[in-house]
Design a protein around this ligand. Structure first.
Ligand code: HEC
Ligand code: HEC
Length: 160
């Protein structure tokens, strides 16, 4: 139990950093929900069940900003009320996001925590959603530039 709480804390810290790195996300409110109070969560399976509405809101805005999407990308629209049913697990994207949360937690807890790099700033010490997604639903494929294999001038010295 003790360990679970600690893990949640570390995970939360890394999510909070994701939010800090995406201040623009905080402005993109849920459509039609701008001034309504954040509903009390009833179906949290990864985040701590007693999370404060404020922290939950920051994390959700962080998700949206990190993937460049709105809340409805993961949350199902109720066809009658035309409001998002946040507790529903109907959308596969929400279920994928849960797996991604667990994956990010594992990467940070099991692997990044083993790296003791004195140059790393606190914000370098965590993988966040944005580390991979960079504002895209699917992480953009990185293509190595064909002619640049090192710092400028490196090629000149390669044969020496
Ligand atoms: C990338 C997917 C994703 C995006 C985008 C997203 N959410 Fe979520 N949301 C989730 C997941 C996953 C959970 C469940 C977390 C858990 O199980 O601990 C959740 C849970 C919630 C809950 C709690 C529901 C309950 O009753 O348990 C609320 C409220 C919520 N989100 C609001 C929002 C709002 C508002 C936005 C837009 C600013 C948003 N979400 C954007 C994935 C997302
Ligand atoms: C280590 C890199 C990495 C991190 C960190 C990461 N993702 Fe992903 N994510 C991926 C990859 C790769 C895919 C594509 C997987 C596939 O389609 O098989 C993906 C796919 C997704 C999808 C499905 C997108 C779609 O179009 O259906 C969602 C939703 C998602 N990630 C949410 C998140 C959230 C939320 C976080 C942070 C809690 C996160 N991801 C962190 C690599 C990452």
């Amino acid at each position: 139990m003790q360990n679970r709480i600690r893990v949640a804390g570390v995970f939360f810290a890394s999510l909070a950093l994701a939010v800090a790195a995406h201040p623009a996300a905080a402005q993109a409110g849920p459509p039609g929900h701008g001034h309504e109070p954040f509903p009390k969560p009833t179906n949290l399976k990864v985040l701590p069940k007693n999370i404060s509405p404020d922290d939950l809101k920051k994390i959700m805005h962080g998700f949206a900003g990190s993937l460049g999407v709105k809340c409805g990308f993961c949350h199902e629209m109720n066809p009658q009320t035309h409001k998002l049913d946040f507790a529903s697990d109907a959308k596969p994207e929400k279920r994928t996001a849960r797996t991604m949360m667990l994956m990010s937690r594992d990467i940070n807890e099991k692997f990044i925590s083993q790296i003791h790099d004195p140059d790393a700033k606190p914000e370098d010490k965590h993988v966040t959603c944005g580390t991979c997604h960079r504002g895209h639903k699917m992480p953009p494929v990185f293509v190595i530039p064909p002619e640049h294999h090192g710092p400028p001038g490196a090629e000149q010295h390669a044969g020496e």
